[in-house]
Design a protein around this ligand. Structure first.
Ligand code: ARG
Length: 276
């Protein structure tokens, strides 16, 4: 797949010149070359990139197995997927240094720093007011984590307790709305939320299930998941509302990756089983 870069202005100019020429010669205007990727209005939008030839990605690199830091390198399911999508678009995926999660949507909506936000972003109506989402790339749910020796076995026991969550996440909102009288404490990074539970600063964590499973299995074996909450969340890529051609190109690349097996290969690498 190749990105067709044809600006609205260029298309409009081509049309004006064609009409002008037609007016002079009396011949019908030849159809211009600016006919690719026409939308319903017949205009052609250009993909805008902050850095030519690159898909610049903002991510909170604290969310294994989706995106995490290995040394200074971004690794994870979404990292591999973004590299594959970028390649299909003829671009190179370029990760910015880890970015605080709750600043990514405003950053993409403001423009100029990154082309996309990719951080296990759940599609929500609130976020859709500020940015556009691509098609869905992953399903997810919430999970509640406590210390194994805490005695908590059920969410109802967490009423009035201190719950930690990453700032600006669906886990934070879920805890506020569903754990009676809880004091929900926001943290910038997932690693800080886990450290706070271990040090006794909070009683439980609310965050995305695949991620808490990863942390509990790989790093915090003194913790356990006491509840899986079927919130039915879906992850997608965050794109500026000013860049519909980029959203479209990403959706085409996602469809291609799903059809040609690229998506399944990456899914199996990180989750060990096929997506469907
Ligand atoms: N899915 C949740 C949300 O969209 C949490 C995402 C947190 N992502 C991260 N990379 N720390 O709110």
């Amino acid at each position: 797949m190749k990105i067709k870069k044809i600006a609205v202005a260029a298309a409009a100019f081509a049309l004006v010149s064609a009409v002008a020429l037609a007016g002079c010669s009396g011949q019908p205007a030849a159809s211009s070359s600016a006919s690719a990727t026409d939308d319903a209005q017949g205009t052609t939008e250009e993909i805008v990139l902050v850095d030519d030839g690159k898909l610049t990605i903002a991510a909170s690199l604290d969310f294994p197995p989706f995106e995490n830091l290995e040394g200074s390198e971004a690794v994870g399911f979404e990292v591999d997927l973004m590299k594959a999508l970028a390649e299909k678009m003829g671009l190179q995926a370029e990760y910015l240094p880890s970015t605080k999660f709750d600043t990514i949507v405003p950053m993409i909506s403001a423009g100029g720093k990154a082309d996309v936000g990719v951080s296990g972003f759940t599609v929500t109506e609130d976020r859709k007011k500020e940015i556009d989402f691509t098609d869905v790339i992953m399903d997810s749910n919430q999970g509640i984590v406590v210390m194994k020796d805490s005695g908590y076995t059920d969410v109802a026991q967490l009423a009035g307790k201190k719950i930690g969550a990453q700032s600006g996440t669906t886990g934070y909102d879920w805890a506020v709305e569903n754990i009676e009288g809880a004091e929900v404490i926001p943290f910038d990074e997932m690693t800080a939320v886990f450290a706070a539970l271990q040090s006794g600063q909070i009683d439980a964590i609310a965050s995305d299930l695949p991620v808490v499973q990863y942390y509990v299995n790989n790093a915090y074996t003194d913790m356990e998941i006491i509840a899986e909450i079927p919130t039915g969340e879906q992850y997608a890529i965050v794109v500026s509302k000013d860049n519909p051609a980029l959203t479209q190109a990403l959706n085409d690349a996602i469809a291609e990756a799903k059809a040609d097996g690229t998506y399944d290969t990456i899914y199996e690498k990180w989750f060990g089983a096929s997506a469907e």
